[in-house]
Design a protein around this ligand. Structure first.
Ligand code: ZN
Ligand code: ZN
Length: 381
């Protein structure tokens, strides 16, 4: 039976591609191409150049009517049209990490491993590659039939054949809640990833900060709604911890380091904020405490120590906490937060996080072109 997921990935547009084949007096075959799709869904289409054997070798930049396409990278290529899924997005697969995601067309950055490729065609999924092969076979047959006239390719039928008897990509086995369809705040592109944290597939901005903002908003609502303040502080610091760990992993992955530094960052954690901050500054020149005043810094450092007490010590001060934090509380005293201290924690966590995010992107700058385009679009609205 046809797997529904495969169909959703590349079909459902009711699209047809017509090749008008002409044969001149000396038997030379030429053709012109047109396409249409008749589905009322949010279908989009993209196109690649493929060699007649059925392997994609370049993107086709489909301009408006009358705009010529960019030339094929190799003479003799076929234009292959591929439809989006019903939401107007395309499945992508990374040739480097094998990650699978969906995105609006045009991205050249893997959301998982950040590899940048020269064209979107390099992110074709296995199903799309089979589709390209089927399509090229049909077109080759039409051109070799020796008959002039119109040959129509039904894109849905090709997609159905390409999806037959194949496993669904692992993406579709994931729980709904593990997936994150996010709109990049920097460039506006949509990317749907496995898990939560990723790079934008279009401009390469990490989404962690925009995700953290959502978490912090929810914590603020709990503070204002009479939630347990100690839990709010604990969760805010814990959220920073998970946030920072994403950047730590990416830095380890992407920055060449000496074995000693690598070892140090493999064990790196934020229990002691100021030690962690100076480590990041020293090795990566990322200053997460820049612009934070001495009072605020002392306060948030204390909250990072308290988080450990809230999480592991039932909220009661122990000797280690008193020694490490210098907090003027008695042994076994239950620590208490106020709405002010909880809000202040949220504010400062966001500040630290923003510095880390910006510092990371100073090392790995996002692609400015889609970001600039997005700014101009937003201004017009
Ligand atoms: Zn990848
Ligand atoms: Zn982006």
């Amino acid at each position: 039976m046809q797997s529904r997921a495969e169909l959703e990935e590349i079909a459902h547009t009711g699209g047809k591609v017509s090749f008008e084949v002409a044969i001149d007096a000396s038997g030379n075959v030429s053709y012109s191409v047109s396409y249409r799709h008749s589905s009322p869904t949010a279908a989009a289409m993209f196109a690649v150049y493929a060699i007649p054997q059925g392997v994609a070798v370049g993107d086709i930049k489909l301009g408006g009517i009358g705009t010529p396409w960019n030339p094929a990278p190799i003479p003799g290529c076929f234009p292959v049209f591929i439809s989006s899924d019903i939401t107007g997005m395309f499945g992508h697969e990374c040739p480097s990490c094998n990650g699978y995601w969906r995105a609006s067309y045009g991205g050249t950055i893997c959301p998982y491993c950040a590899i940048e490729v020269g064209g979107s065609y390099q992110f074709l999924t296995q199903a799309q590659k089979r589709y390209v092969k089927q399509y090229c076979d049909l077109l080759s047959d039409a051109l070799h039939s020796g008959q002039a006239g119109t040959h129509t390719i039904d894109m849905d039928a090709v997609a159905a054949a390409a999806g037959k008897d194949h496993e669904k990509p692992s993406f579709y086995y994931a729980e709904e809640r593990q997936q994150n369809l996010f709109s990049c705040v920097a460039c506006g592109a949509n990317t749907d990833v496995l898990g939560i944290y990723a790079y934008c597939g279009c401009c390469g901005t990490r989404n962690d900060f925009q995700e953290l903002e959502k978490v912090m908003e929810a914590i603020r609502a709990r503070i204002n709604g009479g939630g347990k303040l100690e839990s709010c502080v604990k969760d805010a610091v814990a959220a920073f911890d998970s946030f920072a760990d994403q950047y730590r992993k990416q830095l380890l992955e992407l920055v060449p380091l000496t074995p000693a530094r690598r070892g140090r960052f493999e064990r790196f954690h934020f229990h002691n904020l100021q030690t962690a901050a100076s480590g990041l500054k020293e090795v990566f020149d990322i200053d997460i405490v820049a612009g934070i005043g001495a009072d605020d810094l002392a306060f948030i450092t204390l909250m990072f120590h308290r988080r450990h007490v809230y999480e592991h010590k039932g909220g009661e001060a122990d000797e280690k906490y008193i020694a490490d934090s210098g907090d003027a509380v008695r042994l076994k005293q239950a620590l208490r937060e106020s709405p002010e201290s909880a809000h202040r924690t949220v504010n400062l966590v966001l500040k630290l996080a923003k510095r880390l995010h910006l510092g990371f992107h100073e090392i790995f700058p996002p692609d400015e072109i889609p970001i600039e385009r997005h700014k101009q679009r937003s201004r017009k609205q």
